[in-house]
Design a protein around this ligand. Structure first.
Ligand SMILES: O=C(O)[C@H]1O[C@H](OP(=O)(O)OP(=O)(O)OC[C@H]2O[C@@H](n3ccc(=O)[nH]c3=O)[C@H](O)[C@@H]2O)[C@H](O)[C@@H](O)[C@@H]1O
Length: 440
């Protein structure tokens, strides 16, 4: 298998135009070099060619609509049909007077999938980008794609925000008016297990994306996912965007806070129009299995224990749980109200818009009440263990002041936790049935 690697790497570099294939010198040398050491006779080489042809045939015949442009290049070479460019352009073509063309990163993620569908349905051009990483069950991500995105005609490029070459290819091909940047390493407690994944996605990946966006001839406006977790140990409620956010309680929160600072620098230097949305514990159908409402449901269905966190002296732990449809409306309004970036080909031509806005429900609910609601909906008695909230990233309370969101975005959350959980539970039982769900 290792001998195949350089050859596949070489194939990755094949340009998309048929008939113009000129292999890079270095790649050819590399292949020859490998062949000299590993293949001693012409007969053996013939078998290698047959073997490789079979592998390539299998690859080309496998059905997939999620792809990287470079993978499609291989298809182009073998069949002479350049489909991926046509598909991506179709997906990116707007059919409304808004004329928006939106790149959604994290498109098979929870918020990304719902937002992509909403954008596409209202007539925006949409291209999704996602690396399908295995932080949680990848089959759920694939199911979001096949159940939500594919039927709407949203093309998803399988790729990473850290892949600058891929991003530049995309930006060369499509003139994006907006980027809805939702790709991130989420979850507050997982940072204790894999801290570097937060740096890689939330810092490195974000900077990589901003670098490409800044260099676009006509820079798109950016709307991206910050988090309520930036309020950290803030004890003044409700949390307002003007409050101090310099006491993060988790590495996740610290990377989101750093993201806000990085965004400001790109806005200031390069004229990028940037809106950071501080999401408050977003939940709903097709949600994230690493979140409490989701794995509580799973454990309750499987008669397993759940841990309910409490503060010191039995203090309540509560969250401003926000339903997915409300958050999606907020995202779309943020896109619609985003002003144009002022830079062009790296040169800033004036001050650009910079916003940080809370998107919460402004109605915190305790974890105890969350569990009682699930018990009613699932008709199951939870096996509860009440434990002291561990010091691994959690904060006792979140509560959004949404007056800025109301003013800037006309945002008005309309789904309470009971109604939203009912929809989640219905989806959960439809999706998993009696089968046990897993999140990793
Ligand atoms: O809004 C946010 O900023 C963040 O919301 C969630 O983080 P969190 O609010 O901690 O959501 P969950 O992990 O689902 O926890 C919800 C509540 O359940 C509690 N919990 C969690 C886990 C557990 O075993 N027991 C328990 O009582 C937590 O303390 C918290 O109060 C997301 O996981 C983050 O990605 C997101 O950025």
């Amino acid at each position: 298998m290792t001998a195949l690697k350089p050859i596949l790497h070489h194939i990755d570099n094949i340009p998309s135009h048929t008939g113009k294939f000129k292999p890079e010198k270095s790649s050819v040398y590399y292949i020859h070099h490998r062949l000299r050491f590993h293949i001693s006779s012409a007969k053996c080489a013939l078998w290698w060619i047959i073997f490789l042809s079979l592998i390539l045939m299998l690859f080309f015949l496998s059905p997939t609509s999620t792809t990287t442009p470079r993978r499609r290049h291989r298809t182009t070479i073998s069949t002479g049909i350049s489909n991926w460019k046509r598909e991506i352009k179709l997906s990116a073509t707007p059919c409304s007077v808004r004329n928006h063309v939106v790149l959604v990163t994290g498109a098979v993620g929870f918020i990304g999938a719902h937002a992509s569908v909403a954008l596409k349905r209202r007539g925006d051009g949409v291209v999704g980008l996602d690396n399908f990483n295995p932080y949680y069950d990848v089959t759920l991500k694939s199911a979001r794609k096949s159940n939500l995105l594919d039927p709407e005609g949203v093309f998803v490029v399988k790729g990473d925000i850290n892949d600058g070459e891929l991003l530049r290819e995309l930006f060369d091909l499509i003139h994006f008016t907006h980027v809805l940047h939702l790709a991130a390493q989420a979850g507050v407690r997982y940072a204790m297990i894999n801290p570097n994944s937060y740096i890689k996605s939330n810092i490195d990946g974000f900077v990589n994306l901003l670098e490409v966006v800044k260099s676009a001839v006509d820079q798109p406006a950016i709307v991206w996912a910050s988090s309520s977790s930036v309020y950290g140990l803030n004890s003044k409620v409700p949390f307002s965007e003007t409050d101090q956010t310099d006491q993060p309680a988790s590495l996740y929160a610290a990377t989101k806070k750093a993201g806000e600072a990085i965004a400001h620098a790109y806005n200031h230097i390069h004229g990028l129009s940037i809106t950071g949305l501080r999401f408050f514990t977003v939940y709903g159908p097709w949600g994230r299995p690493d979140m409490a409402y989701f794995f509580f449901t799973k454990n309750m269905m499987n008669q397993k224990h759940i841990k309910i966190f409490e503060g010191a002296n039995h203090g309540t732990v509560a969250r401003d749980f926000t339903y997915i449809d409300d958050v999606v409306k907020g995202c779309l309004s943020a896109i619609d109200s985003a002003k144009k970036s002022t830079g062009n080909g790296k040169k800033k031509k004036g001050e650009a818009q910079f916003r940080i806005i809370n998107l919460g429900n402004t109605s915190p609910v305790s974890v105890h009440k969350l569990v009682r609601t699930l018990e009613k909906l699932l008709k199951v008695k939870a096996k509860k263990k009440v434990v002291l909230m561990p010091r691994n990233g959690d904060v006792p309370l979140t509560h959004a002041d949404i007056s800025l969101a109301r003013m800037e975005l006309g945002y008005e959350p309309s789904v309470d936790l009971g109604t939203g959980l009912k929809k989640f539970v219905k989806w959960y039982l439809d999706y998993y049935g009696d089968e046990k769900s897993s999140w990793r």
